[in-house]
Ligand binder design. Structure first.
Ligand code: T4K
Length: 396
């Protein structure tokens, strides 16, 4: 149906899209490529524990990520646990409230105390100057997140860590393939952790990796993801089962072949969104750190209710009625979780930028196979909704 004649679903019309348009979809490889790899696994009967496919995947990932080492894990959350454990930390770990719960849970599960730091209102990341204000003698590390794949101020955070004797683990769940200052994003700090969940650009259905610039850390990480087993005769430290299986690794090898095309196609869709939405009153974009080659993991916009005419939540609801499934990543803030909200650093008056952003941000659908015409229709729906703000408000 031409959009012009479309009666908004929020006003009683039929949804613009007959099927849900999700915030993301995984790119799947050619099934024949995957089958060929899995046929070999069926022949070998080698399913996990340091098999041929996980080793091959680690080699290929390390080359692509240009890091000192790459250890795959069964998911990003376990990767964070292993990374924190390997650094033998104590006390407080400074992090962001504007992230997926896994970041903060990993700190708490490790017996450490999350210390929430407010974010930069433009980049959405933890700025070094604000993190510095939270450092006490009890602080042992920083756990910043490259939010939506946007690199943190890695130089500033490293200066702070060097000055105060802190470790840095980057949550790079969103940042696979990002380059910053011409280098792979996994080369900053002590360690970085990627997620290879199905919703990520590069995925293994479930999976992840711990990487870093120093190859000497590999041995520790590799034993921690395997119960602490170093050899047949030696078990050292409190490890966990964090291994990636051969089947997941085979999927990763096949998906890796499609990765460059996925990034290229997403970039094209981001450009189209930006072209269509820039200059619209009440809509802002995330500011990408300079000298970055982006991976286009997400397309977040910020809605200012006063100038746009509708709040983020109203827009989210009206888009959903059209079958456009936008997501409010990352609302609620992690600091609002009852498990954390009594922490002094979780006080809302100490996190004004994070609160403001969490009430405004909306991630629009973005994936390589999203038709360009659908991007255009999504924008048209969004603008029609804005133009009918008064009617939608009165109906709600
Ligand atoms: N740190 C950060 C900063 C993270 O964002 C994450 C995870 C982690 C750490 C932890 O990494 P992992 O332990 O997960 O490896 C999703 C993902 O489950 C989660 O991995 C991700 N971040 C988070 C941002 O998003 P949900 O609850 O929003 O996912 P869900 O199931 O609603 O999926 C979103 C959309 O994706 C669906 O509407 C449709 C599509 N989809 C999803 C799945 C699972 C598919 O098309 N196929 C699928 O198989 O959490």
């Amino acid at each position: 149906m031409p959009v012009k004649n479309h009666k908004l679903a929020a006003l009683g019309g039929a949804p613009r899209f007959p099927e849900p348009v999700y915030v993301t979809r995984p790119r799947l490889p050619d099934h024949a490529v995957f089958s060929e790899l899995t046929a070999r696994i069926f022949e070998n009967k080698w399913l996990t524990n340091d098999g041929e496919f996980v080793r091959r995947l680690e080699r290929e990932l390390q080359q692509r990520l240009q890091t000192g080492f790459c250890a795959t894990v069964c998911n990003g959350t376990v990767g964070l646990l292993i990374a924190l454990r390997s650094l033998d930390l104590r006390g407080g770990v400074i992090t962001t409230p504007f992230t997926f719960p896994a970041t903060v849970h990993a700190i708490e599960y490790s017996g450490l105390t999350p210390v929430f730091c407010d974010i930069d209102p433009d980049t959405y990341n933890v700025p070094a100057e604000l993190a510095a204000e939270h450092v006490t003698e009890n602080t042992s590390a920083l756990l910043p997140v490259h939010v939506f794949g946007n690199p943190c101020d890695v130089a500033g955070l490293q200066n702070l860590a060097d000055e105060k004797g802190l470790r840095i683990v980057y949550d790079a769940a969103h940042a696979f393939g990002v380059l910053h200052g011409g280098r792979g994003i996994g080369n900053w700090g002590d360690l970085s952790v990627f997620s290879f969940h199905a919703t990520k650009l590069f995925h293994t259905a479930e999976g992840g990796a711990v990487v870093g610039p120093d190859p000497a850390r590999l041995e520790d990480i590799a034993s921690l993801r395997n119960f602490g087993i170093v050899s047949e005769d030696e078990v050292r430290g409190i490890g966990i089962n964090g291994k990636l299986s051969e089947l997941h690794s085979a999927l990763g090898l096949a998906v890796l072949e499609t990765f460059d095309e996925e990034v290229r196609a997403r970039g094209e869709r981001v450009e189209l969104y930006k072209r269509e939405l820039s200059g619209i009153e009440g809509i802002r974009f995330q500011r990408i750190e300079p000298d970055t080659v982006a991976n286009h993991a997400y397309f977040p916009i910020e809605i200012d209710a006063d100038s746009f005419g509708l709040s983020r939540d109203e827009l989210h609801g009206a888009m959903r009625a059209e079958n456009v499934i936008t997501r409010k990543y990352f609302h609620p803030l992690c600091s609002e979780n009852p498990a954390y909200r009594s922490l002094p650093s979780a006080r809302p008056d100490r996190l004004p930028n994070a609160y403001r952003l969490a009430s405004r941000v909306l991630c629009l659908p973005l994936y390589g196979e999203l038709p360009l015409a659908t991007v255009t229709s999504i924008v048209e729906c969004l603008l029609m909704i804005r133009d009918s703000a008064a009617a939608i408000r009165s109906r709600v």
